[in-house]
Design a protein around this ligand. Structure first.
Ligand code: GA4
Length: 329
């Protein structure tokens, strides 16, 4: 544990983690423009629950625009940022994550993003023209993420040989889909070089949704947990997207796909900025394995539940808790 004092002189104890290991070279790369990528994609979801997507067709300017807006927001004075709300669960958050005592060396903005574009009045915590420029960058980015999620989930269905092709994507493309956009800023931690360890930016957890698409700047920090019990550092790549399987997709595939445990360690010298789109199903959606994926006599590993039930359960847990455990048969 390391005790840090922030600007408001509040003392906060943050968990330390082992020093980041060297970069892992085994992250599967899915080239979306390459025929046959659906087979690699399925393998990546089965083995790691994590992969990188290249040739995604999303213009770099659109990504850079939201990153710039995020940096502009996080550079505001603390009081101005706090006007965005509490981060509990939506809005601005600083060092506290969720409402059950998790902390990390991170500040963030969380937005509920539906199929309808957000209005700049939802960002009334900012003055004009800042509210409008953040709002349009967010809307453009979210609609690009929805398209990417749709493409990836359709490739997945193809690789899994389940019909119809939109059996998974329709859950996230539905008007009522419960999706979130998260902008994270991990400031450099000046105390780190003196410590023989690293600081936790965002503690280990799995994502509750179906799928998460992450894009970060070129600062490392993201780690994933392998089946052999080791944590490995993901080499940053600001031109690509990293995708991970969430708990809901693990259920939809009856455990065939793995919802990957991941975490972020703070950097001693550089800021890390990440933007994550979490694609979730509609609130009342029943989550159960796709019948076409079940072998003869295969039974569901999970009792049936709705996304709304899972989400409210998740919000009562700590990051590291094994949330799906509660729903296992
Ligand atoms: C993890 C994935 C998303 O960032 C998130 C997180 C949420 C939050 O920050 O409020 C949770 C976490 C996440 C899972 C367990 C609960 C809820 C913090 C936490 C301790 C927005 C989400 O949907 O679940």
């Amino acid at each position: 544990m390391v005790v840090l004092t922030n600007t408001t002189l509040e003392r906060i104890t943050l968990p330390v983690a082992p020093k980041p290991s060297t970069y892992f070279s085994g992250i599967p790369v899915i080239n979306l423009a390459q025929p046959g990528s659906e087979t690699l994609l399925v393998r990546a979801c089965e083995e790691l629950g994590f992969f990188k997507v290249t040739n995604h067709g999303i213009p770099m300017e659109l990504i850079a625009r939201l990153e710039e807006e995020a940096v502009k927001f996080f550079s505001l004075a603390q009081v101005e940022k706090e006007r965005a709300g509490t981060g509990n669960p939506l809005g601005y958050g600083n060092k506290t994550i969720g409402h059950n005592g998790d902390v990390g060396w991170v500040e963030y903005l969380l937005f509920d993003v539906t199929s309808k574009p957000m209005s700049h009045t939802a960002l009334a915590f900012l003055e004009e023209p800042s509210a409008s420029s953040l709002c349009s960058a967010l809307n453009e980015y979210v609609s690009a993420m929805r398209k990417l999620v749709c493409e990836v989930l359709e490739l997945m269905a193809e690789g899994l040989r389940v019909q119809p092709r939109n059996i998974l994507s329709k859950l996230v493309m539905d008007e009522e889909s419960d999706s979130i956009l998260r902008l994270n800023h991990y400031p450099p931690c000046p105390h780190l070089p003196e410590l023989d360890s690293s600081l936790t930016g965002f503690g280990e957890h799995t994502d509750p949704q179906i799928i998460s698409i992450l894009r970060s700047n070129n600062t490392s920090g993201l780690q994933i947990y392998l089946r052999d019990g080791s944590w490995v550092t993901v080499p940053p790549d600001q031109d690509s997207f990293f995708i991970n399987v969430g708990d809901s997709l693990q259920v939809l595939t009856n455990g065939r796909f793995r919802s990957v445990k991941h975490r972020v360690l703070a950097h001693g010298l550089k800021s890390r900025v990440s933007m994550i789109y979490f694609g979730g199903p509609p609130s009342g959606e029943r989550l159960a394995p796709l019948p076409l994926l079940m072998g003869e006599g295969e039974e569901s590993l999970y009792r049936e539940f709705t996304w709304c039930e899972y989400k409210s359960f998740a919000h009562g847990t700590r990051l590291t808790d094994n949330r799906l455990g509660q729903f296992q048969r």
